[in-house]
Design a binder for this molecule. Structure first.
Ligand code: APR
Length: 321
């Protein structure tokens, strides 16, 4: 069987990490694309990782380019093109620059890789993935945003630390937009299947500590930006997108929270928002609608409203240029 082709649009911090992780998992041949001024960076990272592969022991082709014709026939496209946050910025401050970048990328992907499964990482995520899908016209089930896997990974890590247990035994659920209004669900998060509220009853933790962990999860991206000072998180975001790409390429049908285009689910129509989905060979094979408590629903609706505001700003910026 011929190797799959994975195109990474943006060869920055996340792009380089994606290239390494995709190779290590032998997901396919990898092509890194950046703007002409950064074609050398794309080629340099590709060559550097190719030269790592004999030591690490994996087979994957690597190349770098600034020409969209080279991504022709890609099975998966992962987009990180754009600018990341600096300290003091919210994800929303990036709209102006990143909306223009996403429009250019959407045109390139539409022309050269219209059958790909596309994962958008560029922030502000929910608005950028919506813009990409609208401009590219690719089917909604083949265009998703990476946010929930990352947000729930952060939640899982904090919980594992709190309980002193393996991260493998902690599952976590995060819904809503990829911003300060995201909704980490305490009820649907567990340690080895035991829901967090039960763990409070069992005396493993307190509600107060859980509330702090929920807030830390919401602020997880900003915490890293504050430490790095020069950009935003890249290892965990890259690993999260690779989990999504792998579920698609290997038809694993993993249940993953992703930003998907809703068509009436959760009372939302025509908007990208973080929800649990099944990701398989067809892309988003199912959007799972779970029962939300009144509180959760109120928080989810607040998050949806925040995304709507951002989508409106994006539309305005987009119309201007
Ligand atoms: N086409 C292709 N690549 C582009 C374009 C474009 N039109 N515009 C910018 N880029 C490239 C930049 O040249 C840079 O190499 O995108 C890359 C972005 O890399 P970094 O600045 O290192 O940013 P990174 O940390 O990878 O984050 C990228 O993901 O999580 C989000 O908020 C983050 O929006 C940001 C994105």
């Amino acid at each position: 069987m011929a190797r799959k082709k994975i195109a990474l649009i943006g060869a920055g911090q996340i792009g380089g990490t994606l290239a390494l992780l995709a190779g290590q998992k032998e997901l396919g041949d990898i092509i890194l694309l950046d703007i002409p001024d950064f074609a050398g960076v794309a080629k340099g990272k590709a060559l550097d990782i190719a030269e790592l592969s004999p030591v690490a022991g994996f087979d994957a082709g690597y190349s770098g380019t600034s020409d969209y014709a080279d991504i022709a026939g890609a099975d998966v496209v992962i987009i990180t093109a754009g600018v990341p946050r600096k300290p003091g910025m919210s994800r929303d401050d990036l709209v102006g620059i990143n909306a223009k970048v996403i429009k250019a990328v959407a045109a390139g992907v539409k022309e050269h890789a219209p059958n790909a499964f596309v994962i958008v990482i560029t922030n502000p995520l929910d608005a950028m993935v919506g813009l990409f899908q609208e401009v590219s016209g690719l089917p909604a089930e083949k265009v998703v945003g990476m946010a929930g896997v990352l947000d729930s990974a952060r939640f899982r890590w904090f919980l594992a630390e709190e309980f002193g247990v393996s991260v493998e035994d902690v599952t976590a659920f995060v819904l809503g937009g990829h911003g300060d209004t995201m909704v980490p669900s305490v009820r649907y998060s567990t340690v080895a299947g035991i829901p967090l509220p039960d763990l409070v009853k069992m005396g493993w933790t307190t509600q107060e500590k859980l509330d702090k962990i929920v807030q830390r999860t919401r602020d997880g991206g900003a915490e890293i930006v504050g430490l790095l000072k020069t950009g935003s998180a890249f290892y965990a975001p890259a690993a999260s997108a690779i989990a999504m790409a792998e579920s698609f390429l290997r038809d694993k049908k993993r249940v993953l929270p992703v930003a998907a285009k809703l068509t009436g689910q959760y009372g939302v129509d025509g908007l990208y928002i973080g929800v649990p989905t099944i990701i398989g060979a067809k892309g988003v094979e199912k959007i799972i609608e779970i029962d939300l408590s009144a509180d959760e629903k109120a928080n989810f609706d607040k998050s949806v409203d925040a995304v709507k505001v951002l989508v409106d700003v994006t539309k305005k910026v987009s119309a201007e240029g």
